[in-house]
Design a binder for this molecule. Structure first.
Ligand code: BMX
Length: 288
């Protein structure tokens, strides 16, 4: 059973939690200041952990949007989301501030581990988790192992190309899934302050923006199934779990031939997945 403290720093909000017996027993949250820079983001994490009474040296799992390489350096892939995060040594700094028992990974990778082991992916052999939120992130579990790469980019499915996209996204790539399907892309196309407002709007451009996002995510599900031979996909994130969103994805997914149409289900752990997954070990063997 996992226990300790966890932080989940996403493009819109930063959450921290105390976890006991595999469950979140206390939680604090604040908006993420995307322009805060490296030291500012660490100070924001510390402020939330202080409110939870985190004692230095206790087990701490940290999950962040952006890529984390094998040396623990942190860099935004979508530079528009976290412009001040450009390859700083996050793991080294976290250990200096919070002690040696810090583990660090990408937020979507953390959520993938949690859903695979404790949630929607249990029993699946080749499983993918997608988060549709401020950005579009994900992770792939093959025979119980998270697909990882030394540069920390593996699993960044939001930066694959989409036939529904044409705009350049903050990664510099044109026509990415993220450029058309993310919460920010929905809000931009809908002309609303955020994706939540687009969901609440009855304006045709808002509904079309959500439909286009769902179509791009459905196509991505088919692509990932072709690439990895998946047997299940779970969808989470604030947009992914938004009212009626999964139904729209599934309606588009019907257009895929049966071979590529694996079960696509909602994430079970909701908004807690990255917090729980931040503390999970990479390998199941060390889970005892
Ligand atoms: C983006 C990318 C991923 C992240 C995903 C979900 C950045 C800053 N973010 O694709 O690393 O996992 O968004 O992040 O490069 P969220 O902010 O939507 O939680």
């Amino acid at each position: 059973m996992i226990r300790g403290f966890a932080v989940d720093l996403g493009g819109t909000k930063t959450a921290a939690a105390r976890i006991s017996d595999g469950r979140i027993v206390a939680r604090e949250q604040a908006p993420t200041d995307g322009n805060a820079g490296f030291d500012g983001q660490i100070a924001a994490m510390k402020a939330l952990l202080d409110r939870l009474g985190y004692p230095r040296g206790e087990a701490l799992g940290v999950a962040v949007a952006g890529r984390v390489d094998q040396e623990g350096r942190w860099q935004a892939v979508n530079a528009a989301t976290l412009p001040g995060i450009t390859g700083e040594p996050l793991l080294t700094k976290l250990r200096a501030v919070f002690g040696d028992r810090v583990i660090l990974r990408n937020d979507a990778a953390a959520a993938t581990l949690a859903e695979a082991r404790l949630g929607a992916g249990r029993g699946a052999r080749h499983f993918a988790y997608l988060t549709v939120s401020t950005g579009v992130g994900g992770g792939v579990m093959l025979d119980g192992s998270l697909l990882q790469s030394p540069n920390g980019l593996a699993g960044h499915v939001g930066f694959m190309s989409s036939p529904f996209g044409d705009e350049r996204c903050g990664s510099g790539r044109r026509g990415t899934v993220e450029s058309v399907a993310s919460g920010r892309a929905i809000a931009r196309a809908a002309g609303t302050p955020d994706a939540r407002a687009a969901f609440a709007s009855d304006q045709p451009e808002a509904q079309e923006a959500i439909d286009r996002s769902a179509a791009a995510v459905a196509r991505l599900c088919g692509d990932l199934t072709a690439l990895f031979g998946l047997d299940r996909i779970a969808i989470g994130g604030s947009v992914g779990l938004g009212e009626g969103y999964l139904a729209r994805v599934l309606a588009k997914f019907e257009e895929e031939p049966p071979l590529f149409r694996v079960p696509v289900i909602p994430a079970i752990l909701g908004h807690d997945s990255a917090l729980l997954g931040a503390l999970l070990p990479d390998s199941e063997m060390s889970l005892s």
